[in-house]
Design a protein around this ligand. Structure first.
Ligand code: SAM
Length: 281
């Protein structure tokens, strides 16, 4: 038998034992190399004094790495009932440190099971990744329940999160993420690292929540302004924002922004100034 760093069975054996063949509908692309999952866990920073929220532990590769790296506690939410018995074996190996919640993360936040400080670490199911990130970035009050979020995305989505103005990737997700967090890509992961291999390259993004937003703005107005402006990203702001507020051109100008400019030209700070000017109207 192949030796593993934690003494638990190798992941391929876990998959065979519990019949965990990957299901596409659940976005299942597993990481079976414990060296790679450990590398991701180490990138998440010190875990020994943090609770970790993990979404989609699957057969447990990343979960095991988080526990091996010393996570104080891991709360993991998994929708696939087939994985629960496999994860129970990991929980038994680390008494009191792993709690698995079975359910859909879009209906179950898990936050009531966590104690601050919290880090989020996840190889996310691609079909819910953006919705989850948007939710974590838009809590009713800031700072959020998490300190850092270390998350796997399709590379194209990762590029959108960290994109700078005047680039093709810059858009709604970039502004929402960078308004209240520092975001950077920390690792690219090739398709061959996953079982089964997805068609696209993946990337791990790390977000560090800022103590306060970069510039004060009403979150709902900022979100509305950004969505509308990028809805027609090639159009001038006076056209793309039509209908959002009365006296539109005056409002845009009062924020120190040209009505003939385009969404992709505006920095995060300018979007804040613009959305506040529109809100005041
Ligand atoms: N963490 C494992 C790894 O790295 O090998 C599995 C990652 S796989 C990309 C995504 C996991 O999320 C799967 O285990 C899948 O069953 C789970 N999942 C998919 N949709 C989910 C949802 N809505 N709520 C909770 N888990 C979900």
């Amino acid at each position: 038998m192949v030796a593993t760093p934690d003494g638990l069975p190798p992941l391929r054996q876990v998959i065979l034992k519990h019949g965990l063949w990957a299901r596409k509908a659940l976005g299942q692309n597993f990481l079976l190399d414990l060296n790679l999952t450990s590398k991701i866990a180490r990138q998440a920073g010190d875990l020994t004094s943090h609770d970790v929220l993990e979404i989609g532990p699957g057969p447990g590769g990343l979960t095991r790495a988080l526990l091996l790296e010393g996570a104080r506690r891991v709360v993991a939410i998994e929708q696939d009932s087939r994985c629960i018995a496999a994860l129970a074996e990991v929980a038994n190996h680390y008494p009191g440190r792993l709690e698995v919640l079975e359910g859909d993360v879009l209906k179950l936040s898990g936050t009531d099971r966590l104690q601050a400080p919290v880090r989020i670490v996840a190889n996310l199911p691609y079909n819910v990744g953006t919705a989850l990130l948007t939710r974590w970035l838009s809590p009713p009050a800031w700072p959020p329940f998490w300190e850092t979020a270390t998350l796997m995305f399709q590379k194209e989505v990762a590029n959108r999160i960290v994109a700078a103005p005047r680039t093709r990737a810059y858009g709604r997700l970039s502004v929402l993420a960078q308004w209240r967090a520092e975001a950077r890509v920390i690792m690219n992961i090739p398709p061959a690292a996953f079982t089964p291999a997805p068609k696209v390259t993946s990337a791990v993004v790390q977000l560090r929540g800022l103590p306060a937003p970069r510039l004060a703005a009403d979150a709902a107005w900022l979100s509305r302004t950004v969505a509308k402006a990028f809805g027609q990203r090639r159009k001038m702001l006076r056209t793309s924002l039509k209908g959002i507020a009365p006296n539109l051109e005056d409002r845009i100008t009062s924020a120190g922004i040209k009505p003939t400019g385009r969404a992709e030209d505006l920095s995060v700070e300018e979007f804040c100034l613009l959305s506040e000017a529109l809100r005041r109207s």
